[in-house]
Design a protein around this ligand. Structure first.
Ligand SMILES: [Zn+2]
Length: 146
């Protein structure tokens, strides 16, 4: 009996690995996701991007988390309360950042002033959300700039 169950389990795993599952993307993110795909020349169709109502932070942290990528499920979660009050420029940057993790497999780049002398992070992959001024300086103005 046990061996049959095991074979069944392996078969399900193989089926599961065969084809990536298309991601569910909330319509609110559409323009930002398209922007990322254009900028990076990649498809995000297998990555989910959806809202989450709360994210548990370390109570001792001076920062709070506004989004994350779960690499195991290839899904991005964006804090709804952040999104509802954020300017378009910040929405753009958080989507760039989280899709950078989930789609491009990028890690954090927390260097400041490596090549630049303006006090801005080197990359949208910095753990701290880049402000609009820094983003424009690095990547140029776009439709989400202020
Ligand atoms: Zn990150």
């Amino acid at each position: 009996m046990r061996i049959y169950l095991l074979i069944g389990f392996i078969a399900i795993l193989l089926i599961g690995c065969g084809k990536p599952i298309k991601g569910v993307q909330d319509d609110a993110f559409k323009a930002y996701i398209e922007h990322f795909e254009t900028m990076q020349n990649v498809s995000t169709e297998f990555t989910s991007v959806t809202f989450i109502d709360s994210i548990q932070d370390d109570p001792n942290s001076q920062y709070y988390t506004i989004g994350y990528c779960d690499p195991n499920t290839n899904s991005v979660k964006i804090l709804k309360s952040f999104w509802d009050t954020a300017p378009n420029s910040e929405r753009r940057t958080v989507i760039m950042h989280e899709l950078g993790h989930c789609v491009l497999n990028l890690d954090h780049d927390d260097q400041l002033n490596n090549r630049w002398s303006d006090g801005c992070p080197n990359s949208f992959m910095n753990s701290i959300l880049m402000d609009s001024w820094c983003y424009d300086l690095r990547y140029g103005k776009d439709q989400f700039s202020e």
